[in-house]
Write a protein that binds this ligand. Sequence first.
Ligand code: AMP
Ligand code: ZN
Ligand code: FE
Ligand code: FE
Length: 284
Amino acid sequence: MIDLHAHTHCSDGTDTPTELLHEAAVAGLTTVGITDHDTIAGWEEAAVAVPASGVSLVRGMEVTSRYTTPGGRGISVHMLAYLFDPDARALAKHRATMSSSREARAREIVDRLSADVDISWADVEAVLEDGAPAGRPHIADALVARGVVPDRTAAFDTLLHPRHPYYVPQYAPDVFDVIEWINDAGGRAVFAHPRAYTRGSVVPPKALAEFAQAGLFGVEIWHRDNPESQRAALAAQAESLGLFPFGASDYHGNGKPNRLGEHTTAPHTLEALAHGAFLEVVTP
Ligand code: AMP
Ligand code: ZN
Ligand code: FE
Ligand code: FE
């Protein structure tokens, strides 16, 4: 059982990296991926927890990026980066840029909200792990703590939804640059939840061919945010482009209903992912 997409409190999950490895063992996983948003802060602790958990670890990161349509419209794309050199310059610079731009953007959202609801930046700081890139999930948690909404999902469906004037878009680098940075760092790029309509617009089908041309390694097919009716066609398109198919939970601890191991990746896909990559899989 291999599940290579999971978050910890180093971004917007609720488990510590140690807890993630423990939960992976409880769920019966043999290998888990740590893929926090735009940070690798959880890698070290997660690697330390490998022997006690008996679960192998794939170190990764979910990179926030943007695809621009020919019409000039920006569409948010999440690109999973696996087994890359943590010292590689471009991705290191990206991590620093994202942590500062994310905080400025989150502060602006809180500013706008505070005109109408009882919330301040201190409420967000109270739920934010030191150094974790701030996002709407943390503002959602602050709203829950304040009793404004019952849970995170309710916050996303209402006050934090892009249709509200409180929403502020997040800066993101171009997806083609991101694929290049990942490959230059000896990593593997995997397109996360390509048909996640719940997150907003998705890229047109032809984008997958463009990404493949740019050096994409794989694509998530089995993910709860990809509509079931589209998975077979997506898998066929991926195969025709020579892309490896992935399945994963996108676990966020208590922050989302997604459960570890609800979707998984085939062992031979993990083998191909790790073959020749900069980092090795950490084994117990
Ligand atoms: P942001 O990047 O700040 O706009 O926040 C969006 C991110 O929130 C997405 O990448 C999701 O992974 C994450 N998220 C965490 N919990 C939830 C939830 N309950 N509903 C929707 N998105 C969530
Ligand atoms: Zn997330
Ligand atoms: Fe994502
Ligand atoms: Fe994710």
